[in-house]
Design a protein around this ligand. Structure first.
Ligand code: AHR
Length: 515
């Protein structure tokens, strides 16, 4: 009898706690109030001459046994086309400030080689250069974003590159382009003036860089250019203020300002494993990602102060997770696997960028193939689509959609005395009036009931859902094996007029399509 009473009491208490916590989980979506466009370039990519990103990952050469189009892997082209890549940044990263573009044009057998001293000290034979990169962009349907060499290059070299790529007039540079097989200019819009000029891009002071930026930008002229200045370290607000102050009178020279953020745990000196991790690392990697929002908002606050008309875009042109390299691989190649945790983290980054889309005009995950938080991994002729790839596939619905204002209240996910919100969300409406709502439950142990109220519509007519989750938080897709993590359909919700009750499984990302 005593035992029975105890059981009943336990059941009542559990029920009460479920009701209480579920009441705390509420999302209000203002379907009729959106004004801000989520720039499709927030779903951008980054491909550097680093490890096997270009060589082996994208470029295999025309004579390769791996099926290719003019030297570019067909499997990679096809996979990337499926996620609608809007823009790709190239050739670096740190490599950009050591790269001399003229070495990468003309007959391949005549191109000089160099040592890639930024990454692994390997020989770079320059077989993938400007023409090959711009061909790759055309094949995958993306816009190119080029980064000029400020660290070890010259203003003339940068000006020549812009002219070679963009000018339709007769000149030695355009004659050279035509001689190399390209009659019409490509008209590349996005140009970065150096990369991480505070560090691998030349270890400059912000004052010195601001002057150099103006000098380079002045002579990079051909075409309608969108010039992007190098940001400082993510929390270096002094760098930002100096650049914005010193370029204030030169508005025509600056259109974008770069921001980089990597999630790393426990620290840069010794990073954790991509696949072998505990809940402690799960929590801390996610927490480190969420910390980014505060840094981003502080950068935005400074931009609002110096650029109240919102003319200069914040370009988060490097972001992602960074772990120890996979064992047995070259430490300079930054090759890492990619688990469900990375898909969850990518959703948090992208929700943050979406929700700050008024100022964030581009973001480029690092990097496209075989490096850091990659979309795709390759091993000879084999290719794997990572969980992050599937997240990008699921989130492509937000590209160029209208951001909807939301109000989210949710319970916390706690770990060893620290707490973070257990749900992250971003919601948009596309040009057909379809609402796409992305929701992440970061708690790896608990399903969460979320109540959603859609304001501004009377009744939901149709509803479909997709989910990314897996049995274990460190599940990943491996070569030659069935995929463990990909997109599946999701229908664990109840509909009531314009309200919804959604059961979000633990460690999952869900996107609902609402009409
Ligand atoms: O993405 C790897 C490196 O990280 C880039 O080359 C550099 O810009 C950043 O520090």
């Amino acid at each position: 009898m005593k035992k029975d009473k105890l059981l009943i009491l336990t059941l009542i208490l559990t029920w009460v706690s479920i009701i209480a916590s579920d009441k705390n989980n509420k999302l209000i979506v203002n379907v009729d109030l959106g004004t801000v466009n989520i720039d499709k370039n927030i779903y951008g990519h980054f491909a550097e001459h680093l490890g096997r990103c270009i060589y082996g990952g994208i470029w295999v050469g025309e004579d390769s046994h791996i099926p290719n189009t003019r030297g570019i892997r067909n499997d990679v082209i096809e996979a990337l086309r499926e996620i609608n890549p809007p823009v790709v940044r190239w050739p670096g990263g740190c490599f950009a400030d050591y790269y001399h573009w003229k070495d990468g044009i003309g007959p391949r057998e005549k191109r000089p080689s160099m040592i890639n001293s930024s990454w692994g000290g390997v020989t770079e034979d320059n077989s993938f250069g400007t023409h090959e990169f711009l061909d790759f962009c055309e094949l995958i349907g993306a816009e190119p974003y080029l980064c000029v060499n400020v660290g070890s290059g010259t203003v003339q070299e940068a000006a020549d590159w812009v002219e070679y790529v963009n000018s339709g007039n007769k000149s030695p540079m355009t004659d050279l382009r035509k001689k190399n097989g390209k009659e019409e200019p490509w008209n590349v819009k996005y140009w970065a003036v150096g990369n991480e000029s505070w560090g691998c891009g030349g270890n400059m002071t912000p004052d010195y860089y601001a002057d150099l930026f103006k000098r380079y930008s002045t002579y990079m002229r051909a075409g309608q250019l969108f010039r992007i200045a190098s940001g400082g370290i993510d929390s270096d607000y002094d760098w930002t203020e100096t650049i914005l102050k010193k370029t204030q009178q030169y508005g025509h020279l600056i259109q974008g300002y770069s921001f980089h953020y990597y999630s790393v745990y426990p620290g840069w000196a010794k990073k954790g494993s991509a696949t072998q991790f505990t809940e402690n690392e799960w929590f801390n990697m996610i927490n480190n990602t969420l910390v980014m929002e505060d840094r981003l908002k502080r950068q935005i606050a400074l931009m609002n102060e110096y650029d109240p008309e919102n003319r200069i875009g914040l370009m988060a042109d490097e972001w992602g997770t960074w772990y120890e390299v996979e064992s047995g691989t070259n430490p300079g190649f930054l090759y890492q696997q990619n688990t469900l945790r990375d898909a969850v983290i990518a959703s948090l980054f992208l929700n943050i960028f979406n929700n700050n889309a008024e100022r964030v005009k581009m973001a480029n995950i690092a990097q496209t193939v075989n490096v850091l938080q990659a979309m795709l991994l390759t091993k000879d002729e084999l290719m794997v689509k990572t969980p992050t790839y599937y997240l990008f596939k699921m989130y492509r619905v937000h590209q160029d959609a209208t951001l909807l204002p939301i109000n989210l209240k949710c319970e916390n996910y706690s770990w060893q005395g620290n707490s973070i919100p257990s749900i992250s969300a971003s919601v948009s409406k596309d040009d057909q009036g379809v609402v796409n709502m992305s929701l992440t439950n970061i708690n790896p142990n608990k399903d969460i009931i979320l109540n959603v109220e859609l304001r501004g519509i009377d009744k939901i007519k149709t509803l479909t859902g997709e989910i990314i989750t897996s049995e274990n938080m460190n599940d990943y897709n491996d070569f030659g094996k069935d995929e463990k993590v990909n997109v599946k359909s999701f229908s664990n919700y109840k509909l009531n007029g314009s309200s919804l009750e959604i059961n979000l499984p633990s460690k999952s990302v869900v996107t609902l399509k609402i009409k």
